[in-house]
Design a binder for this molecule. Structure first.
Ligand code: ADP
Length: 485
C-alpha cells in the first residue's frame, strides 16, 4: 500500500501538466493530526506561481472549450474510474493528513467520484434556447458558454470532495481550473492532478498550487483572466474574497459557515432522532459546515433525549482514523481543541451542565471526547459561533413558534434538521426555516443529485444537482437579423 500512497502523495505544484516546486524552493510541512508527526512537505508558492498556473489554464481554455460535451464526459468517466480504482489508497492518504475515520474517508472519495460522474452527465444537457422573436425577419438564440478560467479554494475538512464539486462542473462545461487546496490537507488536492493526468486531460486544464493562502488567493481574485472564484471555507474569508473579486467583477460561488439547528418535537421518534443527532453532530469530529451546532428539544421529550444522546455519545469509539473500529478521529490541530475548550468553559460559566465528555481525550494530542451539554441558553457563545468540534449543546423549548424563531436567530442559513411525526408540522416547520438545506427526520442529506448551498451569510450559489453547472456558464443572447422573411 505504501508505494501506492506515494504515487498519489505529490510534493509539487501541478502547473501546465508539469510537477514543479515553488520558485523560492520553500516548503510547508504537512502533519498527521493523529500523532503530530510530519508526513511530508508541499511547495510554499505565492503570486508568481499562481499567475503561471492561471496563464496555463487560459492557454488550455482556448482549445478545451471547443471540445464536445461528449468528449469531456468520456474523459470524466475515466477520471471517475481512476478514483474508484484507487479508493482505498486515496482514502488512506486522506486519513493521514486529515484524521477522519477510514470509513468516512472511503465515503468521501466515493462521493468525489460520484460528483465527477454526475457532472459528466449534466455537461451533456447544457441546453440553450430559441426564443419567440418579436420581429418577423430576426431570430433570437440564447446560448450557454463556459465562463473561462476558474479559481477554486478549498478547506481541510473535505479535502477531496470539495474539489470534486468544483472541478466536476468546470470540466463538464469546458472551463479550466486553478485550485488551491488547504495547507493542512494538500495531498488529497494534489492527487487530483495525478488522477487528471492518468485520465488523459490535456495539460493546463487542471492546475493545482499550494502555499500562502493570501498570496494565492489575491492573485486568483485580482487576475482578470480568472472569471470565477469558487470557495468553500469560513464566512470571514469568504467575505474578503467577495470584496477582492469586485475589482475585476467575477462570478463568485461561496460555501461558507453554518450554525445548524436540530429541532426535536415531542411527537418525534426519539431513537431515530438520537441516531440522526449522532450522525449530524459527530461525523468528521464535528468539523463540517453542516454539523449540528445547536440542538433544540421540546420540553416533553427533553430529558429523555439528553439522556439517550449522552449515552450514545459516550459509546463512540475515539481513535486514530486508520485504526479498525474508530468512529471519531482527532481534531485537525490544537487550535481547534482550544476553541472547543473555550466554548465549553463559556457555557459552563453561564450555567450549562456537561452530561457526556467535556474535555480532552486520554489519547492526548488533538483527540477530544464526544461531548453533550444540557441547559444551553441563548447567551452562550455557540448560539452564534460555529463550534467545529464534537460538542452538542442542548436547548429546551416549549412551542413550535419558539423553536422556529430560535433556529432562525442567526446570520447563517446553511443546513438544518428537525424531527416530528406530524405531517402538518413537518410542512409548517420546513417552510418556516430560513435555510438552504433541510433534513426532515434525517441527519445526513448530502447527495450529488441535490443542490447544496446556503442562504444569508452561509453563501451564494449551489453545488451539485442540475443547478451545479449554472455558475460555470455565461448566458449569451444572439439576435440574427436581415433574414428577409
Ligand atoms: P477554515 O476555518 O475551515 O480553515 P478558512 O476559510 O480559513 O477555513 O480556509 C479555507 C480555505 O481558504 C483554505 O484553503 C485556506 O488556506 C484559504 N484561505 C484562508 N485565508 C485566505 C485568504 N485571505 N485568501 C484566500 N484564501 C484563504
Amino acid at each position: 500500500m505504501l508505494h501506492k500512497i506515494s504515487h498519489f502523495k505529490r510534493e509539487a505544484n501541478f502547473i501546465g501538466g508539469a510537477w514543479v516546486n515553488a520558485d523560492s524552493g520553500q516548503t510547508i510541512d504537512v502533519v498527521n493530526p493523529a500523532d503530530g508527526r510530519t508526513i511530508g512537505t508541499v511547495p510554499r508558492s505565492g503570486r508568481a506561481e499562481t499567475r503561471r498556473a492561471i496563464e496555463a489554464a487560459e492557454a488550455a481554455f482556448h482549445s478545451w472549450k471547443k471540445t464536445s460535451a461528449d468528449h469531456r464526459a468520456k474523459l470524466m468517466r475515466k477520471l471517475h474510474d481512476a478514483i474508484m480504482d484507487n479508493q482505498d489508497t486515496l482514502a488512506e492518504l486522506l486519513v493521514m493528513e486529515q484524521g477522519k475515520p477510514l470509513a468516512e474517508a472511503r465515503g468521501e472519495v466515493g462521493i468525489s467520484a460520484a460528483y465527477i460522474l454526475w457532472f459528466a452527465e449534466e455537461g451533456r444537457r447544457v441546453y440553450g434556447e430559441v426564443v419567440p422573436s418579436p420581429w418577423a425577419d430576426r431570430r433570437i438564440l440564447v446560448t450557454k458558454e463556459p465562463v473561462g478560467v476558474i479559481g477554486a479554494i478549498t478547506p481541510w475538512n473535505f479535502p477531496s470532495s470539495m474539489l470534486a464539486r468544483k472541478l466536476g462542473p468546470a470540466l463538464a462545461t469546458g472551463c479550466t481550473a486553478v485550485a488551491k487546496p488547504a495547507s493542512q490537507t494538500p495531498y488529497s488536492g494534489l492527487a487530483w492532478g495525478v488522477l487528471c493526468e492518468e485520465a488523459g486531460f490535456p495539460d493546463g486544464v487542471v492546475n493545482i498550487v499550494t502555499g500562502s493562502a493570501s498570496e494565492i488567493g489575491d492573485e486568483l481574485c485580482e487576475n482578470p483572466l480568472v472569471r470565477k472564484i469558487t470557495f468553500t471555507g469560513s464566512t470571514e474569508v469568504g467575505k474578503t474574497l467577495i470584496e477582492k473579486t469586485a475589482g475585476t467583477v467575477k462570478k463568485v460561488s461561496m460555501e461558507l459557515g453554518g450554525n445548524a439547528p436540530f429541532l426535536v418535537f415531542d411527537d418525534a421518534d426519539i431513537d431515530r432522532a438520537v441516531e440522526g443527532a449522532i450522525a449530524a453532530k459527530y461525523r468528521n469530529s464535528g468539523q463540517t459546515c453542516v454539523c449540528t451546532n445547536r440542538f433544540f428539544v421540546q420540553a416533553g421529550i427533553h430529558d429523555r433525549f439528553v439522556e439517550k444522546l449522552s449515552a450514545a455519545a459516550r459509546k463512540l469509539n475515539v481513535g486514530p482514523g486508520l485504526e479498525e473500529g474508530t468512529q471519531q478521529g482527532p481534531l485537525i490541530d490544537m487550535n481547534a481543541v482550544e476553541k472547543v475548550e473555550e466554548l465549553i468553559a463559556d457555557a459552563t460559566d453561564k450555567g450549562a451542565r456537561v452530561t457526556a465528555g467535556g474535555g480532552r481525550h486520554e489519547l492526548g494530542g488533538s483527540f477530544f471526547q464526544p461531548t453533550v451539554i444540557a441547559n444551553a441558553t441563548t447567551d452562550m457563545r455557540f448560539m452564534e459561533e460555529e463550534i467545529f468540534g464534537p460538542v452538542a449543546p442542548v436547548f429546551r423549548f416549549e412551542t413550535e413558534e419558539e423553536a422556529i424563531r430560535l433556529a432562525n436567530d442567526t446570520a447563517f442559513g446553511l443546513a438544518c434538521y428537525f424531527y416530528t411525526g406530524d405531517l402538518g408540522r413537518a410542512f409548517r416547520v420546513m417552510e418556516g426555516l430560513k435555510y438552504g438545506l433541510v433534513g426532515v427526520n434525517e441527519g445526513i442529506i448530502t447527495t450529488v443529485e441535490a443542490p447544496f448551498g446556503g442562504l444569508k451569510e452561509s453563501g451564494l450559489g449551489k453545488e451539485g444537482g442540475h443547478q451545479g453547472v449554472e455558475d460555470y456558464l455565461d448566458t449569451k443572447y444572439v439576435c440574427i437579423g436581415g433574414l428577409g422573411l
